[in-house]
Write a protein that binds this ligand. Structure first.
Ligand code: PLP
Length: 415
């Protein structure tokens, strides 16, 4: 894919809407734009196939059920889950991680156990584990990275041990953009954790699943969490993959309709996987959109997406290297950024960077990126972050760099 003449951009009508004609959207790590085919798939569901799935005995409900379950199979295949019953639809990565913490963590972690997280986790992969540690008198252990975002072998081999019950780690950091060595960490945790039984490895795939081919089996993920909206699917639909034996043994997270087999006044038996974890009316329309989105990404080609993201990060980072006072956070190798370039400008607050760029029709993120422990480690309150995706062009990356180069001048700095 040549991003100079980006053939996929036309699939995203938002960019040709008159009000967005000169918009440079560089906030895809927060949420991606949606191609027409996804918007169509969702509206087609409501136009032609809508009924409450999994309940009705009439044809329309059966059709909605089939569409929902086929979507599950498509998303499960996208990450090479061994069995689609191990793929639970959730609202997003945050809900997926909470499901694991409440249902697995609260029932398996005991006093004195350890849960290992990394210094670069999103709050969604910190707070649920803090909660488990507090409730169970367990210890939260932090994997540290170097300033360029690398978690070394010595670091994880020194922190994961027989007391480790759970390792919860992002495959790609939403601040550094770096890809953590998750399969090596998982292999080690499975060997030495939980008194030789193997620690359970929970992978936050929110930032990796949009950018690279995921194979949960090869990765060694016992759980893998993802959000649809970060990979061109609607907001409000996400997924959790879990190892079947673990999911089978776990109690439900939420309870009520749809997740039961039989209910009496006193008790209930639960439905089989995956429905045990999908209480209430499901989000079938967005599940259909999720499936269409991952098919679309396969059509674009994940290798192409990865190559294009790296190319755009290189243009941005090469450009930044020529601008005094601009500092990129993390690795100096643009191929290790997954299209994410987090940066600061001396003397300019990140919120001012984002607001000034907004007046120039450039959309980037500024703030702590829901990674305050990492901001504390880096000694910054907040940073600016540009995040590119395959619908961005080289021209946009160049224009972005040009505008960043002028910010200090616009603010009255003389150099
Ligand atoms: N984990 C990471 C690494 C993220 O970047 C994000 C969102 O930015 C999340 C988790 C939370 O995703 P969501 O808000 O879709 O639940």
């Amino acid at each position: 894919m040549n991003s100079a003449a980006n053939e996929f951009r036309k699939d995203f009508k938002i960019f040709s809407a008159p009000e967005n004609k000169d918009l440079v959207y560089l906030d895809s790590a927060a949420t991606t734009q949606r191609p027409d085919c996804v918007i169509e798939a969702v509206s087609d569901f409501y136009r032609t196939s809508n009924a409450n799935p999994l309940r009705g005995l009439y044809s329309l409900s059966i059709k909605a059920t089939d569409l929902y379950e086929n979507s599950r199979k498509t998303v499960a295949d996208f990450i090479n889950a061994p069995d689609s019953s191990c793929l639970i639809f959730t609202r997003n990565t945050t809900e997926s991680l909470n499901l694991v913490a409440y249902s697995y963590g609260m029932n398996s972690v005991n006093e004195g156990d350890e849960i290992v997280v990394s210094c670069m986790e999103h709050h969604s992969n910190i707070l649920p584990w803090q909660m488990v540690c507090r409730a169970k008198k367990a210890k939260l252990v932090w994997l540290e990275s170097s300033d360029d975002g690398v978690i070394s072998k010595e670091e994880y081999e020194g922190k994961i041990n027989s007391r480790t019950k759970i390792v919860a780690i992002a495959q790609v950091s939403n601040v550094f953009g770096i890809t953590n060595p998750v399969s090596d960490i998982a292999a080690f945790a499975h060997r030495v954790g939980d008194n030789g039984k193997g620690a359970v490895v929970v992978v936050d795939g929110a930032q990796s699943s949009p950018h690279m081919k995921i194979d949960v089996q090869q990765l060694g993920a016992d759980f893998f969490a993802m959000s649809g909206h970060k990979l061109c699917a609607p907001m409000g639909i996400g997924a959790l993959y879990g190892r079947k034996d673990l999911l089978d043994a776990m109690p439900p997270f939420l309870s009520g309709g749809e997740m039961i087999e039989y209910v009496t006044r006193e008790s209930a038996t639960y439905a089989e996987l995956p429905h045990k974890f999908e209480a209430g009316t499901v989000n079938a329309g967005d599940a259909v959109g999720f499936a269409r989105a991952v098919k679309y990404l396969d059509e674009v080609g994940l290798e192409n997406i990865e190559r294009n993201d790296n190319n755009l990060a290189k243009i941005i980072m090469d450009g930044f290297s020529n601008i005094p006072h601009v500092h990129v956070i993390g690795n100096s190798d643009s191929a290790k950024h997954c299209g994410i370039v987090t940066f600061t400008i001396d003397g300019v607050h990140p919120h001012d960077i984002a607001s000034i760029l907004d007046t120039e029709h450039v959309a980037i993120r500024a703030g702590h990126h829901c990674a305050q422990p990492l901001m504390q480690k880096l000694g910054v309150g907040s940073t600016a972050r540009a995040s590119a995706y395959f619908y961005n062009t080289q021209d946009e990356a160049v224009r972005f760099v040009e505008k960043v180069s002028k910010i200090r001048g616009w603010m009255g700095f003389k150099d």
